[in-house]
Ligand binder design. Structure first.
Ligand code: XIL
Length: 511
């Protein structure tokens, strides 16, 4: 890809890495697994089309067919916690249950989020360990599953409750030392278990050429503000940690998990600024996951009164609107089997593999099917690293040079690339003053890319020439309206983006 092309800038700005991350694990792709392909319609399929994963926390006793049918990502709910698998001195043992989950995921084309390495709770024999033992453990767990794990929560729940913005005070924080007493643990003379744990994980990943991505995970960090509108100090503190350790020269952290256990606690309700908060982390270059989502049904009565399904819709939409929000995981299949069963926070009712979809399920599926492109992000001052120029409503003054953005169409193109394939999301906008009834977008591949399937458009390819024609339901493009479609393709060598698109024969601007 030529670094001077406008499109390359758009591509890097619109980083949609989920498939890259999915395949970063080397084992799976965004394609539906066998069980998903059988049903044709599921959360995982809809999410994959939108370029993110939609997963579930599971245990070996809950691996009914619904897991492979509905989800394309799996998090072991307890089976990879040190309590389950850490032996003495940082060794790893008793991995049978975790292996069962990993194998299930592989057989069903699901990616795995490993959860979790360094955590004050459920630490088992690791509890109280020094950094050297933690490092041994980190190395052992990373090497145990290698690229079968796409993402690992290296550090979990490092920050205190009650919106203090401080770290928790128990182990492993007891390893920390603020050498110069300046109130943080970021100086080179300080000791920081978060830094040191990620540093070790990064070294192991690099030395072994792993593609596993390294995440930090916590709760009550979802909103920019908390209930009542005060600043979310816990989220601000996490932001500083992620900023410090995701940028040069450290580059240890790849991803942050917002647990998203939404309940009545004033610090964990769903705020209107969830999307803006996801975006500020995304702008650091890290992926964001809603890693343990459940939404207390009582919220619909007690707190914000919109109903659980609408809350789910809102949360999913916030993620979809930020391209680096690359995955959502619900913390269990059904209400009765949830760790918070009294709060009825999940997408299904029922038990033992016999499940019924709730309104929340339908809301999530509908929202996922809308994809990323159909609802514009709510503008916030800092939201977009490369703001898309808005066509002026007012006529351009006659003495002003021609606005490069006026013309009849504008195209954005973003891809998620892995070793041999990719998915792409394309949005075409009618920037002219006349409605377009029936559209056809064409481009030329610079390499040997070959489209294999598509959604929301009919895509045909002859040689390296591609044409995407509207579907029956998105043929009409009023002035200012957009249509989005996506496709999956194979390639070898490099996967450079097309340099130019034409809509009904007219060259479009990019961005
Ligand atoms: C929970 C599990 O769901 C329960 O089965 C277990 O008894 C306790 O842990 N934050 C996390 C998860 O990071 O690991 C927790 O999982 C829920 C809160």
């Amino acid at each position: 890809m030529s670094s001077s092309s406008g499109l390359s800038k758009i591509r890097s700005a619109l980083v949609v890495l989920s498939a890259g991350a999915l395949v970063a694990a080397g084992a799976v792709s965004l394609q539906p697994g066998p069980a998903q392909a059988a049903t044709g319609d599921s959360l995982g399929v809809a999410a994959a089309k939108a370029g993110l994963f939609f997963g579930v926390a599971a245990s070996p006793g809950r691996l009914s067919s619904i897991v492979g049918q509905e989800f394309n990502q799996l998090t072991p709910e307890n089976e990879m916690k040190p309590e389950a698998i850490a032996g003495s001195g940082g060794t790893v043992q008793n991995t049978g249950n975790a292996d069962t989950l990993v194998n299930y995921a592989q057989n069903n084309n699901m990616i795995v989020r490993g959860h979790t390495m360094v955590w004050y709770s459920q630490a088992g024999s690791l509890s109280g360990a020094n950094q050297s033992t933690l490092n041994t453990y980190i190395k052992n767990v990373l090497l145990k599953w290698g690229n079968k794990i796409a993402y690992w929560d290296v550090v979990n729940e490092s920050l205190d409750d009650n919106n203090t913005g401080n770290r928790r005070n128990q182990w492993p924080h007891t390893l920390d030392k603020d050498a110069n007493n300046d109130g943080d643990y970021f100086d080179s003379t300080d000791t920081d278990y978060i830094r040191d744990s990620f540093k070790q994980a990064r070294q192991v990943v690099q030395a072994n050429n792993l593609k596993t991505k390294l995440c930090i995970n916590d709760y009550d960090i979802e909103g920019l503000t908390v209930k009542g509108g005060s600043k979310n100090k816990k989220s601000d503190a996490m932001y500083e940690i992620v900023k410090k350790y995701s940028q040069e020269p450290t580059k240890y952290i790849d991803c942050v998990g917002f647990q998203a256990h939404f309940n009545d606690n004033p610090n964990s309700v769903i705020t209107d600024d969830l999307e803006a908060n996801i975006r500020r982390y995304a702008e650091l270059g890290v992926e964001v996951h809603l890693s343990e989502l459940d939404i207390d049904d009582d919220l619909s009565n007690n707190d914000i009164g919109k109903g659980q399904a609408e809350n789910y819709r809102k949360v999913v939409r916030a993620c979809l609107n930020v391209s680096k929000c690359t995955g959502i995981t619900v913390w269990g299949i059904s209400d009765s089997e949830s760790w918070r069963s009294s709060e009825r926070g999940l997408l299904f009712t029922g038990s033992n593999g016999s499940y019924t979809k709730k309104a929340a399920y339908t809301a999530v599926l509908e929202e996922l099917k809308k994809g990323r492109g159909t609802v514009d992000p709510t503008p916030t001052p800092s939201e977009d690293p490369t703001p898309t120029p808005t066509p002026s409503e007012d006529p351009t003054p006659s003495d002003t040079p021609t606005d490069p953005q006026t013309g009849t169409c504008r195209v954005t193109y973003s891809d998620n690339t892995w070793n041999s394939g990719f998915t792409a999301a394309v949005t075409v906008e009618n920037t002219g003053s006349d409605a377009i009834d029936g559209w056809s977008l064409s481009w030329t591949w610079p390499g040997n890319q070959k489209v294999t399937s598509a959604w929301n458009a009919t895509v045909t390819q002859s040689g390296n020439q591609v044409t995407a024609r509207n579907a029956s339901y998105n043929n009409l493009l009023a002035p200012g309206a957009k249509a989005s479609f996506g496709f999956q393709a194979s390639y070898s060598g490099s996967n450079d983006a097309p340099e130019q698109f034409a809509l009904n024969g007219e060259t479009c601007s990019l961005g």
